[in-house]
Design a protein around this ligand. Sequence first.
Ligand SMILES: Nc1ncnc2c1ncn2[C@@H]1O[C@H](COP(=O)(O)OP(=O)(O)OP(=O)(O)O)[C@@H](O)[C@H]1O
Ligand SMILES: [Mg+2]
Length: 264
Amino acid sequence: MGAVELGICAKGNEQPLFQVDGLTKYYGTRVGCLDVSFDLFPGEVLGIVGESGSGKSTLLSCLAGHLRPDLGSVTYDGRDVLGMAETERRRLSRTEWAYVHQNPRDGLRMGVSAGGNVGERLMAIGARHYGTIRDTATDWLGRVEIAADRIDDRPSAFSGGMQQRLQIARNLVTGPRLVFMDEPTGGLDVSVQARLLDLLRGLVRDLGLSVIIVTHDLAVVRLLADRLMVMKGGRVVEQGLTDQVLDDPQHAYSQLLVSSVLQV
Ligand SMILES: Nc1ncnc2c1ncn2[C@@H]1O[C@H](COP(=O)(O)OP(=O)(O)OP(=O)(O)O)[C@@H](O)[C@H]1O
Ligand SMILES: [Mg+2]
């Protein structure tokens, strides 16, 4: 048996970490997202793109348990997420999952120091020793390129890019397996975006994270995502390997999306 066949066999045996089937959410009569299905394998990055109002944030909120879908199922590591008790889902959110908000203010505690924002997450999973917590927080601030002498500053004294990096440190310090990100580079200067993307790519690779990332920026998915889902009007109109979808889009809307970027 050749190496390629062996590779296929290994992949075939792997179980998805996250499985979504027929997920649907209405806001009254308005469609939020409709009949969305996909599998996410360990260490895989899935990008979700689509125009404003296409249902990206609705879908992500349903996946992370922040919104209750009307129909469909979500399975994490073999467990039924929608049927799980709220306390169990919250425990998952503190330990194995992370959620990076578009606006860092939604994901940080603005009245607490940078070190406190990171350390608080460690305490939530049982860390008690002050010295260890502070050392780990310092280490993580370094990993997201925030100088150690800013550890006692509040996030309100940080730039937008720094706040976003702090939010990422706060989310990753607990060693999650699955990270949800909603437009993590939105609202930042282009040069700041590029550095943040580079940083994110390094962390995702080093930590072997599984990621579901929502963005309207095709450059973000080109750099980060293994697979891509294109949404329009709440539905997934195309999904596939990122390079395949971007280089040879099949659906008319994906073609429009790609060509509109190429013309810029
Ligand atoms: N809280 C809400 N109440 C009613 N309708 C909503 C609500 N949130 C979203 N919608 C509607 O659901 C649809 C999908 O919105 P959603 O915010 O998921 O889109 P999105 O793809 O994240 O857009 P954007 O790129 O602008 O963030 C839209 O028609 C929107 O108006
Ligand atoms: Mg959104």
